[in-house]
Design a binder for this molecule. Sequence first.
Ligand code: 13P
Length: 253
Amino acid sequence: MRVPVIAGNWKMNKNIVESVSLVKELRDFVRGIEGVDIVVCPPFTSLWVVKEIINGTNIHLGAQNMFWETKGAFTGETSPPMLKDVGCEYVILGHSERRQYFKETSEEVARKTEVALSVNLMPIVCVGENLEEKESGKTESIIEQEIKALFPKIDSTLAARIIIAYEPIWAIGTGRSSSSQDANLIIKFIRELFSSKYGSKIAERIRILYGGSVDTKNIDEFMNESDIDGALVGGASLNTLSFSQIVKAAKIL
Ligand code: 13P
């Protein structure tokens, strides 16, 4: 049984005061909930204060990006050990906004994924097609390229720890989510790709999330699908009531 994950990607939102008030409220709303891994990914400037508040609770900390080097002259970057130091257990990698605005390539995402796994950070690797690719029937080939780029860097002993988020770019922040059936088909396709490389036993352990306009109204549909193991939530994670309702809808116990 795969434990579902609900991860909130706050993106470039919330200053320190706002982060504190959001996560304090969330902590109270999700207190005692088990059977789902709850993750918040605030901006870098809020990681420390958020960690102070969620210490010892059922909420885990994630970052939104990192570099692959450990230390050195890389102005503006944050290293994997720095994320561990501040208390992160998860890190989002290869979000479409990073691929689009910062030109991150699938090879770079693979390098980051390898390093994240090596320091025991759980990578949430994002993949997904844009509208033009969807409309020209290229969804599967785009996903295949993004997933297969990870393989040379991922050892079979660590592969089961990867979390994938299928986030169709046209569904992000648009209020127009994928249908749960379509998302499930793509997520099954992703699992088959892992299965052909690492075997079905490992593939069955990998958690694959859906992301893109997830809200309190559609979360049940996604969670009812056979292969969807949770959600990466953007906008709705900035509101504690909606985020905690999404968490509650996802728990398996
Ligand atoms: P929205 O939930 O706001 O569509 O964002 C999805 C996302 O990009 C999460 O990483």
